[in-house]
Design a protein around this ligand. Sequence first.
Ligand SMILES: *[C@@H]1O[C@H](CO)[C@@H](O)[C@H](O)[C@H]1NC(C)=O
Ligand SMILES: *[C@@H]1O[C@H](CO)[C@@H](O)[C@H](O)[C@H]1NC(C)=O
Ligand SMILES: *[C@@H]1O[C@H](CO)[C@@H](O)[C@H](O)[C@H]1NC(C)=O
Ligand SMILES: *[C@@H]1O[C@H](CO)[C@@H](O)[C@H](O)[C@H]1NC(C)=O
Ligand SMILES: *[C@@H]1O[C@H](CO)[C@@H](O)[C@H](O)[C@H]1NC(C)=O
Length: 494
Amino acid sequence: MTHALSRRGVALWLVFAASLAVAADGARAVPAAEVEAAPVAEEQYDVIIVGAGMAGIVAARMLTDAGLRVTVLEARERVGGRLVALQVPGGAIDQGAMWIHGGEAGNAVYDAAVEANLTLSPRQNYGSLTLFDAQGARSSPASYLRAYTQLNSRLIPQMAALRATPGAPDTSLAAEYSAFLDSATLSPQQVDQANVIMHTRWQALLNGNITRLSVLRLNDAKVLPAVDVMLEGGMPALADELAQGLDVLLDTVVTGIEHSADLVVVRTEGGETFTAKHAVVTLPLGLLKSGAVAFTPALPEEKAAAIDSMGYGLLDKAIFVFNTSFWDTGSDFLLREMPDWSGRWSVFLNYQKLFPSVKALVAIHVADTALALEGMSDDEVVDEGMAVLRQMYGPDVPEPIQTSVTRWAADPFSAGSYSYFAVGNPRNMTRALAAPVGRLLFAGEATSDKPASVLGAYLSGVREAERILTLRGDGNYSYGLAPPSVEAALQAAG
Ligand SMILES: *[C@@H]1O[C@H](CO)[C@@H](O)[C@H](O)[C@H]1NC(C)=O
Ligand SMILES: *[C@@H]1O[C@H](CO)[C@@H](O)[C@H](O)[C@H]1NC(C)=O
Ligand SMILES: *[C@@H]1O[C@H](CO)[C@@H](O)[C@H](O)[C@H]1NC(C)=O
Ligand SMILES: *[C@@H]1O[C@H](CO)[C@@H](O)[C@H](O)[C@H]1NC(C)=O
Ligand SMILES: *[C@@H]1O[C@H](CO)[C@@H](O)[C@H](O)[C@H]1NC(C)=O
C-alpha cells in the first residue's frame, strides 16, 4: 500500500510542536505508579488502537507492517465502524458512508480501493435530477433553475463577502439564508425550491441543521458538486481488505483509558485490561462527547472544549428495494420541494443509476428530522416513505421487496454520523481534536483536515501512524505533521 501523505517541512513541524510539548508535559504530571498498580495483562503492546473504523485500520496496518506490536480493540462484532452495507438482490447498499468524495487518482481512499481491485461506480451526477413539488406533482425545471440562479447570485456572494471580512463574527446558515429569502423575489413555489437546494447543498451534505451550520466554515469540510464515486459491493470491502491479517479483537467494548508518562492502560466492559506504550483513540466524536469512555486523567481543557463544541450530526437512510423500477431511472436524485426546512422525504437517491442491477431508492434524512424518524418504528417509516412515493408515482407503486432503516444516533458505538463545523467553530478545531495528550494519540474523521469524510479518517490514521513511527522510543512528542493545504488556509484566513 502506498500512502498519499509524506513527511512535511521541518518548519511546519515546529509550528505544531509547542502545543504537543505542553500536552506531553501535562500527562507527565500524573503519578505513573497509580497506573502501573492496575492489574495489567501479561502482554504489553507497542500500540493499542481503539476502534476498527477506517482510521484505526489504516493506523494499525501501517504500524503492524512496520513491525510494531499492535492490537485493535473494536466494540462491534465487525470491522469498518461507520462503513456497513446491506446485501440486496443485485448488489449491496451502503448504510453508512457511501461516497468517496474527490474520487480520483491521488485520493488515498480511491487509490486504496483501486489497489484492492474493488470496482468503482461511475461518478455521481448531482445535476441529474427529477423534481416534484411538495404535493408530489412533477415540477418545472425552468422555475427551479431560476430559484437556483437567485441563490447563486445573491446568497453565495453575500456569504463570501462575510467570509472575506476580517474578524466578521460567525453566524448560522439559517440567518444568512433567511435574509436571502427576505430580499429575493421568489414565488411561493420558488421558496420551496430554494429550500430543497439549500437542503441538498448544505444540510444533507454536512449532516447538520441549517440553524447550527457555520457560515464562516461552510466550505471547509466538503462542498457540492464534487467528484463522488461509490464502491460496488459497498464500502466495507475496503475496510475488510485493509484489515486483513491485523490483530483485531471484536466485541471488545472499551470503557476506560488511563495514561501516564510511561504507559497506557485500556479497560474493557468485560473487565480486561490491555497495556501499551501508546494508544490511538479513533472513537467517533459522538462517543467522545457522550463520555462513554472515561479518560484518567481527564482530557485537557482545550481538547475537552473542542469535543464539546465541534458539531456532530446525523444522517440516516431509509432503503427501499423493489422488484421493478417504476421511477425515473435516468436521474441520480429524485427531489421533492420543501415548504419547510425539515427535508422529510425530500431526497431520494436512485441507486440504480450507478449500479444498474440494484433496483433501489435510498431516502436520506439528516439532523433533527432524522432523529425524529429514529423515534418511529421501521414499519411507520417505511409506510410514510411509500405514501410519498405513491404521491409521486401513483397508487400502482408496488410494495418494496426489502427495506432497511438506519439509526446512527441510537447506535451506541457511533452516537450519530459525522462531524460538521457548527457556528463559532474555528477552522483549527479539528487540530485541537487531533492533538496528542501524552501517550494518547487521536485519529478519526473529526480529527482530520478533511473532516466528515472517509478520506479524512484514512489520512488521520496515516498521520498518527507516522507520528508514532517518528518517535524514537523516548516519549518525545516534540514534532508534528502539518498538512500544508490547511496551513495555507489558516494563514489566508489570518
Ligand atoms: C489485484 O489484481 C492484480 C491483477 O490481477 C493482482 O496482481 C493483485 O494481487 C490483486 N490485488 C488484490 C489485493 O487482490
Ligand atoms: C418479486 O419477484 C419475486 C420473483 O419473481 C416474486 O417471487 C415476488 O413475489 C415479487 N415480490 C413482489 C413484492 O412483487
Ligand atoms: C432544523 O431546525 C429547524 C428549526 O428547529 C426545523 O424546523 C427543521 O425541520 C430542522 N431541519 C432538519 C433537517 O433537521
Ligand atoms: C487555533 O487557533 C487559535 C487562534 O489562532 C490558537 O490560539 C489555538 O492555539 C489554535 N489551536 C490549535 C489546536 O492549533
Ligand atoms: C525532542 O525532539 C526534538 C526534535 O527532534 C528535539 O529538538 C528536542 O530536543 C527533543 N526533546 C527532548 C526532551 O528530548
